[in-house]
Design a protein around this ligand. Structure first.
Ligand code: SAM
Length: 292
């Protein structure tokens, strides 16, 4: 009888706790040029991807994160044509972005070609529609180098990165955020994954203090994603257009209808607007980080 394997998430070792996942089958395991990658079947969460001991995606609840990282900035903007994704190698967010007919060009800059390669094999539900869409462009590069060099300009930039460790560390730096600001068109918006404030408070507050120096309006919105243990996940939201996060449900619902009311499992116009209502401990951390 083969010994049972459990894979631990080591992201919170410094907090003295670990979450472990029972493994039905390891589908793919590799030390790439950039990080340790393991993809496995889990009895409850289904297919799960871990990079350097941190959970990236589970098939059971990926829709929450992917929908909130894509539809909130796109419907807040209302007329986005050019979109940039930094990271996002599993293509889950790209698939959601391409549901928006207004989007004319989507560029994804992922550092690790291996993540794309195995996602084409193991996440065809994402990569299939994405790679067959001629609006999509896949670039293998360090996102920080790309935003520092490109002469392209974008309406929306979505940073679907790993946590601030290994190759993802540079994507939490002020230089990178300044590079994103340089690439944004007037009135454009930048969103970032900022971890789970209850356990990763600094991952949010350090970003908020940098955003405050670069953008007229900086805040975060939240969603609860079961596999990212710890309650609310925070998504950074930065723009020079202060109206973007203040649209009423009526406006977002109109834009959703105009976009063809495509299917979603988590995002709704009401959830969109409510997501900017931060629980007090998060609102206080954000205010303090912004020196308010
Ligand atoms: N949703 C996940 C999370 O919240 O942790 C992130 C998923 S996505 C798979 C993260 C991607 O960011 C990975 O494929 C990783 O290779 C990519 N990445 C990390 N650092 C990067 C960098 N400097 N430039 C571009 N992509 C990067």
């Amino acid at each position: 009888m083969a010994e049972e394997r459990w894979i631990p998430e080591t992201l919170f070792d410094d907090l003295g706790f670990r979450m472990s996942f029972k493994v039905d089958r390891v589908l793919y395991e590799l030390q790439t040029e950039h990080q340790h990658l393991v993809l496995f079947e889990q009895p409850f969460f289904g297919k799960m991807l871990m990079l350097d001991g941190a959970t990236q995606i589970s098939k059971r609840d990926e829709f929450i994160y992917q929908e909130m990282m894509s539809h909130v900035p796109l419907f807040a903007h209302g007329a986005a044509r050019d979109v940039l994704i930094i990271g996002g190698g599993d293509c889950g967010i790209a698939e959601e972005v391409l549901k928006h007919r207004s989007v004319k060009r989507l560029t994804q800059v992922e550092i690790d070609a291996k993540v794309i390669e195995f996602s084409r094999e193991h996440f065809p539900e994402f990569t299939g529609p994405v790679f067959s869409d001629n609006r999509f462009e896949s670039v293998i590069d360090d996102g920080a180098k790309y935003v520092a060099r490109t002469d392209r300009r974008f309406d929306v930039i979505i940073v679907d990165s790993t946590d601030p460790q290994g190759p993802g560390k540079i994507l939490f730096g002020e230089k990178f955020y300044a590079g994103c600001r340089r690439c944004l068109k007037k009135g454009g918006v930048l969103v970032t994954q900022n971890g789970v404030p209850f356990f990763q408070n600094n991952e949010l507050t350090s970003t908020m203090s940098k955003f405050r120096r670069l953008f007229a309006d900086a805040t975060c919105y939240v969603a609860a994603i079961p596999v990212y243990v710890g309650g609310h996940m925070a998504m950074g939201f930065a723009t020079d257009n202060k109206r973007l996060r203040r649209h009423p449900v009526k406006t977002i619902a109109q834009r959703y209808r105009k976009a063809g009311s495509f299917s979603t499992k988590y995002w709704t116009p009401e959830v969109h607007v409510a997501a900017f209502a931060q629980p007090r401990f998060i609102a206080e951390a954000v205010a303090k980080a912004k020196g308010l």
